[in-house]
Design a binder for this molecule. Sequence first.
Ligand SMILES: C[S@@+](CC[C@H](N)C(=O)[O-])C[C@H]1O[C@@H](n2cnc3c(N)ncnc32)[C@H](O)[C@@H]1O
Length: 238
Amino acid sequence: MRADAVRRALRTELEAARARGAEPVRVVDVGGGTGGWAVPLAEFGAAVTVIDPSPDALANLRRRAVDAGVAELITAVQGDTEALADCVPSGGADLVLGHGILEVVDDVGAALAALRAATAPGGAISLLVANKYATLLRMVLAGRVIEAHRLLDDPDGAPAGDILARRFDVDSLRTALEEAGLEVSSLHGYGVLADLVPGATAEDPGVAEALAQLELVAAGTSPLREMAAQLHALARPR
Ligand SMILES: C[S@@+](CC[C@H](N)C(=O)[O-])C[C@H]1O[C@@H](n2cnc3c(N)ncnc32)[C@H](O)[C@@H]1O
C-alpha cells in the first residue's frame, strides 16, 4: 500500500487485528465502489467484503480484484448502508470502511449506527468525507464566487442542486461521530497540499517523495488539516 496517512492508519488497524488473533482480518468496505481501498487491503492479506448499490462499480471491482490476484479475498455484495445488517453479521468486521458515503446517505446517524453494529469488539471504523472548506476554496479559485458564498452559508455545506447531500468540517464530523456513540481516535486532513503543486512539478520523483512526506505532517497540522480536500477519522464504538 502507498504510505499516505490513511493507508498507514488502515495498515496499523489490520496489524492490531492480527495481533488480537484475527486471521484473516475481516474488513467491510461500505460504499466501496470499484475497490480503490478494498484491493490494496486485500493485497495486504485482509478478507474484504465490499458493499455497494452500484452493479457497474461492483463489476469493475471484480475485474480489478482479478487483475491484482486477490479475487479470492474480495466478496462483492450489492447493497447499501441502510440495509447493511442484511449483508454483514453484527460485530462481523475487524475494520469497517465508510469512505465517501456520509456525504450521500439519507441519515448520517442511522448510517453510523449501521457501521458501528458491524464492528467487532476492539475493531475500528474508518471514515473519509469531503471537506466543505476545501470545496469552497476550489470554487473561488475557479471564479465561482457566488456558488462559494452559497456553500458557506448552507448549514450542510451543500446548497440546493448540489451533487452531495452534505459536506463536513472538523467540528461537524467529530460531533456526528460522538453523537453516534463513537470515540474518535484520530482526525486528520487527507490531500492537504498535493492539489496545489503544478502537475509537471509533482511528477518529478524527488518532488513527489518530498510532497508525500510533507502531506504526512500537514495531515495533522492546524490550520492545514482544516483545509484538506477530505477529512479522515478513525473511530471506535464506546
Ligand atoms: C464517492 S464514491 C466512494 C467510493 C470509495 N469508497 C472510495 O472512497 O474511493 C461513493 C460510493 O458510495 C456508493 N453509495 C451511494 N449511496 C450509498 C449508500 N446509501 N450506501 C452505500 N453506498 C452508497 C456509490 O455507489 C459509490 O460507489
